[in-house]
Design a protein around this ligand. Structure first.
Ligand SMILES: Nc1nc2c([nH]c(=O)n2[C@H]2C[C@H](O)[C@@H](COP(=O)(O)OP(=O)(O)OP(=O)(O)O)O2)c(=O)[nH]1
Length: 129
């Protein structure tokens, strides 16, 4: 199981460009990664956000559906998240980061599995305070 965090701030979501492997480098994703054995999805997201972005987050609701990934062996689940304590994300493992508004979601190339999740995210960004 792969979990991703749709970190929302001021009606924008944080999109992160993968640095590796070469086939997907430069494509955008939600920060996250594999849930380790015995770890909750929420704990995995908090750990990955700390490792990849050096931020503390509060995990919220699911966004979109479970997406089965290309080789069928794993499932991607994305949750909304918000930054805590005014933490500012740093791209420790990503090539680039962008805060995208609903209107800007399609200005980057997302990993294929993320496309249906991004569609489900759009109305949430428009509704965000
Ligand atoms: N983090 C993340 N991974 C995604 C997304 N969409 C998507 O297809 N993936 C895929 C890319 C990778 O094949 C896999 C996540 O692997 P990863 O390498 O980021 O995870 P990880 O940090 O736990 O990996 P590892 O280096 O510990 O093996 O899921 C997404 O939005 N976020």
């Amino acid at each position: 199981m792969i979990v991703g965090a749709a970190i929302i701030r001021d009606g924008r979501v944080l999109a992160c460009a993968r640095s590796a492997p070469p086939e997907v480098a430069g494509m955008y994703e939600f920060p996250g990664g594999k849930v380790e054995p015995g770890e909750s999805e929420t704990a995995a997201l908090a750990r990955e956000c700390a490792e990849e972005l050096a931020v503390r987050v509060e995990i919220g609701d699911r966004v979109g559906r479970d997406v089965r990934m290309a080789h069928g062996r794993s499932v991607l689940k994305v949750y909304t998240a918000r930054l805590l304590h005014d933490d500012q994300p740093k791209a420790l493992e990503h090539l680039a980061m962008r805060w995208l508004s609903a209107a800007e979601l399609d200005t980057v190339t997302w990993l294929p599995a993320d496309v249906p999740i991004v569609a489900a995210l759009r109305p949430l960004l428009l509704a965000a305070p």
